[in-house]
Write a protein that binds this ligand. Sequence first.
Ligand SMILES: O=C(COP(=O)(O)O)[C@@H](O)[C@H](O)[C@H](O)COP(=O)(O)O
Length: 345
Amino acid sequence: MALISLRQLLDHAAEHSYGVPAFNINNLEQILSIMQAAERCDAPVILQASAGARKYAGEPFLRKMVEAAVEMYPHIPIVMHQDHGASPAVCQQSIRSGFSSVMMDGSLLEDAKTPASYDYNVAVTREVVKFAHAVGVSVEGELGCLGSLETGEAGEEDGVGAEGKLSHDQMLTDPEQARDFVAQTGVDALAIAIGTSHGAYKFTRPPTGDILAIDRIAAIHQAIPNTHLVMHGSSSVPQEWLAVIREFGGNIKETYGVPVEEIVRGIRNGVRKVNIDTDIRLAMTGAMRRTMAQTPGEFDPRKFFKDATLAARDICVARFEAFGCAGQASRIQPVAMEKMVAMYA
Ligand SMILES: O=C(COP(=O)(O)O)[C@@H](O)[C@H](O)[C@H](O)COP(=O)(O)O
């Protein structure tokens, strides 16, 4: 099965009322764990590469590894998505190199740190939609800045994330503005800000409605019912993996993520793409620490990587199942990118 577009997959998810986890990839083991889970669950897959991933592995390696996944798992529909493009030029490069979907994050300026004006966001996103749709590639935009409603901070990761304190208005997507944004840009999917943030340190306590605004999703969905909603920063930060990391020498302070049942509530209200990176990182780190500690004579890294891959695979299986994505891969007939061009035209 060829790569498919994000738009095709999320249209299918909307029609059948499920959500798709979008897992970040940086290396072979992460891709293997996601694909093994997809195979086990018969789930379609979104593999996404951030700027940090492109810096770490290099874009050609990422592309070739995704191509290998397509070859090894011909029955699984795969979207190759560029996470957080900081400019139209970045998105254009990704399209040229074969991504079937790009995110133009115009909520921040090109430095990926400074919150941008609404007009700037509309202008750069509209530009990307124009050239992406001309070749059938899907576009995700972002409205509102990701950040903690507890602290007003964005929790910067690898240079991406607003600097300084943000107001609640900046950190909560406004439904009416979302309606205007979609009308002006034509994006296929919209990342919304509801109090989630990237990384392990999202909440200092199990989140309640004042710091995780799940209710806002329904209002946004009502304003833009035909646009697929995206939740970034949606790792659940499993307490069991934090415990393993701590037991085997790691030092991660008390922290909480987005509960899976809250994400499922979001899916019931129009969320179709759910970004998850940190949970895979935590599971892999915990598994590697444990194996290294328990087998101190081991020096073949494949042993550590294998356990890390299995730990990540189990996280992916759990998310595919919880989001209703399991069993959907075999129900999808791939639509060629040329047909997507015709659809947009
Ligand atoms: O939302 C995301 C992940 O959420 P998470 O931390 O797993 O709750 C992704 O979109 C981030 O862009 C990604 O994790 C950033 O990765 P790096 O910049 O560190 O590579």
